[in-house]
Design a protein around this ligand. Structure first.
Ligand code: ADP
Length: 249
């Protein structure tokens, strides 16, 4: 990976170097832009609290609540950026340990169940055969973050009353996990871009649901750092399926 480190840059020509420098510049510009919006909101909300606290404490409390939500979002953005920076600086998991993918999914599904229920979405777990082997060499924290992002997106982009299904399979070569939803889907022309940092199909909707636009970049890096890959199929208005494939070694 060219952005990975100096070592790669020693071997590239001026054209490639220019391209890499442009990617870096664009990234800094994007990050600054993404941080500017919440920073402005925080200032405006803090001013509103100061202005209303004496005369209208209820209103001030409302602004303070908003201030808290906005701060949490900013925290999430910074934490996603740090995760991504770490993942991008590695080409593979530094110290892989045996990880049971089924166990990781159980934990993530357990955590997401409440969110799904609050949106009236049925979150189903399917066909992870008991006898099959779901152990792969990997990093449990990274895998947890990858599946959390995928399942969280599936719930976020599925209207109430819908369904999210997680299915697993395993063979001699590796483990595959499919996360399908009955949500809004992604237009065909946008599919190739969704793994880019900060790319959102619908900027307004993603902001509304608290998205940072970094989730799928993290997903792709985790899969690749495990020697695997992630694929997506979607039909607008019908749903989306992400499939992660993780090799056994
Ligand atoms: P975000 O934080 O905006 O969710 P992601 O990187 O996780 O960012 O996803 C990028 C974009 O891909 C989202 O903004 C959304 O438009 C689209 N997307 C991701 N997952 C789904 C899904 N399951 N259904 C529909 N659209 C999705």
């Amino acid at each position: 990976m060219l952005e990975g480190g100096k070592k790669d840059l020693d071997y590239v020509g001026p054209e490639e170097l220019r391209r890499v420098n442009k990617i870096r510049r664009d990234f800094v510009a994007n990050v600054s832009h993404e941080l500017k919006t919440p920073a402005t909101s925080l200032r405006l909300l803090a001013e509103s609290v100061v202005e209303t606290i004496e005369e209208d404490p209820d209103q001030a409390r409302y602004f303070a609540e908003q201030l808290k939500n906005e701060t949490e979002r900013l925290g999430q953005l910074i934490s996603d950026l740090l995760d991504l920076a770490r993942l991008e600086s590695e080409e593979k998991v530094p110290t892989p340990n045996p990880v049971d993918v089924r166990h990781v999914l159980m934990v993530v599904l357990g955590r997401m169940r409440r969110v799904a229920r609050s949106k009236d979405i049925s979150l189903q777990w399917k066909r992870f055969g008991r006898s099959a082997q779901y152990e792969i060499p990997g990093d449990e924290t990274q895998l947890t973050s990858m599946f959390t992002n995928l399942i969280d997106n599936a719930i976020k982009y599925t209207p109430p009353g819908g369904r999210v299904e997680v299915t697993g399979g395993s063979d001699d070569l590796g483990v595959s996990v499919r996360i399908s939803d009955t949500g809004i889907g992604i237009p065909e022309g946008k599919l190739s871009r969704i793994f880019e940092r900060f790319y959102r199909v619908d900027k307004a909707r993603s902001k509304e649901t608290g998205g940072t636009g970094l989730g799928l970049s993290i997903v792709r890096h985790v899969a690749e750092n495990h020697g695997g890959r992630v694929a997506v199929e979607s039909a607008p208005g019908e749903g989306t399926t992400f499939t992660v494939y993780l090799p056994r070694g």
